[in-house]
Design a protein around this ligand. Structure first.
Ligand SMILES: Nc1ncnc2c1ncn2[C@@H]1O[C@H](COP(=O)(O)OP(=O)(O)OP(=O)(O)O)[C@@H](O)[C@H]1O
Ligand SMILES: [Mg+2]
Length: 292
């Protein structure tokens, strides 16, 4: 996309961002007059601990802060997204119940969060049985799509926090989504396995969801002080070019702290650089057209 279209003027004095492109602030997203239908985005990487859940929580909260109606779907039996948003997952209906009975009304399962405009479909360990239960279903890859279709008119964006695997649940998430966001941790093995992930996305595009797009690759846990982090980011940019989002999430202990307190970092420490980074990510995704 042309720099002009992103609304920030680039001059020769504009400093370089960490991805080697001129640093841009991205404009504040315009207010929406009406809501929906949602653009659905899966946060996906079969590698564990790369920042999928942290990104889902904080991107969702940032978009809500900009007046978007957001639904975050916990699609991992670990239930980390639900816990990170302060939702107790014991003895409540979850995404698992919606997958098993697609006639069930998702509104019975959706819970509001302490962030205005942000709702959640929670998950808990029950979801670990889903792959086994769904394997013999007709159109088993499209079950989540059918569930989300019922509520997508009420939201501007739906974010799906995938589990670290490329199994049937993740294929369901990719089949239900318009776009996919790949968080990559800035460490040595970051790119290992990404080829397989891209292959999976390509297969889903071929067979189940022809219009799915790669919305971006997000570098997380970046430490500008280490040569290692900078080199990994350079390699990620070499591999993915402009698909690498200009916003990069720095490494900071504020994230584990915020998770423990059950609120997004944008609420826990709104002035912290990490909160500002997720707000900027939200603005960048709106500027790129990935979100309304
Ligand atoms: N930018 C960051 N800086 C420091 N720690 C972070 C950052 N982002 C996430 N973390 C921490 O790293 C751990 C893994 O993050 P997260 O749970 O978001 O990854 P994930 O990809 O969802 O993991 P999983 O594959 O297990 O679902 C968490 O303890 C989280 O608090
Ligand atoms: Mg996770």
């Amino acid at each position: 996309m042309a720099d002009k279209a992103r609304g920030t003027k680039i001059s020769s004095e504009t400093p370089m961002g960490p991805t080697g492109r001129p640093y841009q602030g991205f404009p504040t997203p315009p207010k929406l007059d009406s809501h929906g239908p949602a653009r659905i985005i899966a946060l996906c990487n079969q590698k564990g601990g790369v920042g999928k859940t942290t990104t889902t929580i904080n991107l969702a909260a940032s978009l809500a802060q900009y007046g978007r109606r957001v639904l975050a779907v916990d699609f991992d039996p670990q239930g980390a997204l639900s816990a990170g948003l302060g939702i107790p997952t014991h003895d409540i209906p979850t995404i698992y119940d919606l997958l098993l009975d697609t006639k069930r009304d998702p509104h019975e399962v959706i819970v509001p969060t302490s962030v205005e405009g942000l709702d959640v479909i929670p998950a808990n360990i029950d979801l670990s049985a889903a792959e086994v239960h769904l394997v013999n279903e007709v159109a088993r890859e499209t079950i989540l799509a059918r569930v989300l279709r019922k509520v997508s008119g009420e939201y501007d964006v739906i974010l799906i926090d995938c589990q670290p695997s490329l199994g049937l649940l993740t294929v369901n998430a990719l089949t239900a989504s318009h776009g996919v966001l790949i968080p990559l941790e800035c460490e040595f093995f970051a790119l290992r396995g990404v080829a397989l992930l891209i292959e999976t996305i390509d297969k889903v595009r071929d067979r189940l969801n022809p219009s799915i797009t790669l919305d971006g690759v997000l570098a997380t846990m970046y430490d500008p002080r280490t040569l290692h982090s900078r080199e990994v980011l350079e390699r990620v940019v070499e591999a993915f070019g402009d698909d690498v989002l200009e916003t990069v999430i720095g490494r900071t202990v504020k994230f584990p702290d915020a998770s423990v307190s059950g609120v997004p970092i944008t609420k826990f420490a709104p002035e912290h650089a990490a909160a500002q980074a997720y707000l900027r990510l939200a603005r960048e995704l709106v500027a790129r057209g990935a979100v309304a």
